[in-house]
Write a protein that binds this ligand. Structure first.
Ligand SMILES: Nc1nc2c(ncn2[C@@H]2O[C@H](COP(=O)(O)OP(=O)(O)OP(=O)(O)O)[C@@H](O)[C@H]2O)c(=O)[nH]1
Ligand SMILES: [Mg+2]
Length: 392
């Protein structure tokens, strides 16, 4: 549906949100074959791997950055930790120095230094490399990969290695290694483990400004996505209330549309839903572009209690906020389920009817029992509502 009102407006908001979310940049180090790529795939999905090795971060550099949406992964190509440390550090120094002058989304935010859990040794050169990363101001999470785990017990050799490393008092996050296995090993009976702990440690040291990007990029912690989506629903509901601080005529309801589309675009990105798909879902949810576009979109307003009949009606701050809040909740429910692989057939087609039913049910439910951010039901007139005309 190129060129129609809905997809143009939605694209516009989608791009704005993408920019405002920024990018989380993770550098990953460790000897070849320890499982760096497998780890990245397990936490962030295969997409970053599909984009290939990426581009050299600076001309001629052996540090390559692969990017996918809100994630940048800086990996080393053609140099090896423990062998080419000097050259690698020289290049890292340059990158860090140059990126200091650039926006935060261009900087390296966190490094994962990976050691294979069963390697049974950790070299002085590796410890040195970690100290130098720390000197550059990059927080380092030390990850032990491919750690066997059986009946709740780590392999004793891995525990011993972890103990030795901890005793070195390196400048690493949490002061200790994180024991992981990125992909279940059925033969050995080792499940995937430790990934949530690794992600939590990464969040603790990621700069505030790119945590939203990290929430969106990771795909193992749906709770964080839910909380982040909720945060943006509340922000949008607040913006809608502000836009209708002095009540607006029903015919001006379209001024709430950019706020709602921005919110929907943001939530789609939190759930890693690409623009084309998100646009189709938004249309299926609201039937926005299938009929009169803008008018249909704001037509949902009629479901909000207190709006009354359209013509001559007035939208108060309370109504604007309830309406936007309900829309955000319903949309988050759609995105969450789609991200979990529901409502789409094997070939990726969307079940429009099911999506619309879900959206409408959630929307209707939320306009009835909406609670404000502090948990107070807002069916009763709020102070804002009673100040304005047009409310019961
Ligand atoms: N079962 C299991 N296999 C793993 C795990 N991590 C890595 N492997 C295997 O170990 C091999 C190397 O893993 P990679 O992820 O490619 O290692 P890498 O550190 O990215 O290697 P380079 O890019 O060559 O430096 C592959 O055959 C993986 O399948 C893991 O957590 N579990
Ligand atoms: Mg690799």
């Amino acid at each position: 549906m190129p060129g129609d009102w809905f997809s143009d407006s939605f694209r516009n908001e989608y791009l704005k949100q993408q920019t405002s979310m920024g990018r989380f940049n993770l550098a990953i180090f460790g000897k070849t074959g320890v499982g760096k790529s497998t780890l990245v795939n397990a936490i962030f999905g295969e997409e970053i791997a599909r984009t290939g090795i990426g581009e050299p971060v600076t001309k001629g550099s052996h540090l390559y950055r692969g990017t996918a949406d809100n994630l940048g992964v800086i990996d080393t190509q053609g140099l090896e930790v423990g062998r080419d440390d000097k050259q690698l550090m020289k290049e890292l120094n340059e990158v860090v120095k140059t990126s200091r002058k650039l926006p935060i989304t261009e900087q390296i935010h966190v490094a994962w230094y990976c050691v294979r859990g069963m390697d049974r040794r950790f070299e002085a050169s590796e410890a040195d490399f970690i100290k130098r990363l720390d000197d550059l101001g990059i927080p380092v999470v030390l990850v032990m990969t491919q750690v066997p785990l059986r009946e709740g017990h780590f392999h004793p050799d891995a525990i011993e290695l972890a103990r030795q490393i901890s005793a070195m008092e390196l400048p690493i996050v949490g002061g200790r290694p994180y024991l992981t296995n990125a992909r279940a090993d059925e033969f050995a009976g080792t499940p995937a483990h430790g990934l949530q702990e690794l992600l939590d440690a990464t969040f603790r040291v990621a700069p505030e400004a790119v945590r939203g990007a990290l929430v969106a990029a990771q795909q193992i912690d749906s709770k964080r996505k839910q909380v982040e989506a909720q945060k943006h629903v509340v922000i949008a509901a607040g913006a809608a209330a502000a836009a209708a601080a002095s009540p607006i005529p029903f015919s001006d309801a379209a001024m709430l549309v950019p706020i709602q589309l921005g919110m929907m675009a943001r939530i789609a990105q939190i759930y890693k839903i690409k623009f084309e798909r998100a646009a189709l879902l938004a249309v299926a949810s609201t039937t926005a572009a299938t009929q009169a576009g803008r008018a249909t979109f704001t037509g949902l307003l009629k479901m909000v209690p207190g709006v009354g009949t359209a013509a001559g009606g007035v939208i108060s701050a309370g109504v604007a906020s309830t309406y936007t809040f309900a829309m955000g909740q319903a949309w988050a429910a759609v995105c969450q389920r789609v991200a979990a692989g529901r409502y789409t057939s094997v070939n990726g087609a969307i079940d429009n009817k099911a999506i619309q039913d879900l959206f409408m049910a959630e929307f209707a439910n939320k306009v009835k029992v909406r609670r404000s951010a502090d948990g107070r039901p807002v069916d009763q007139p709020t102070p804002t509502d009673t100040q304005h005309q047009g409310m019961p």
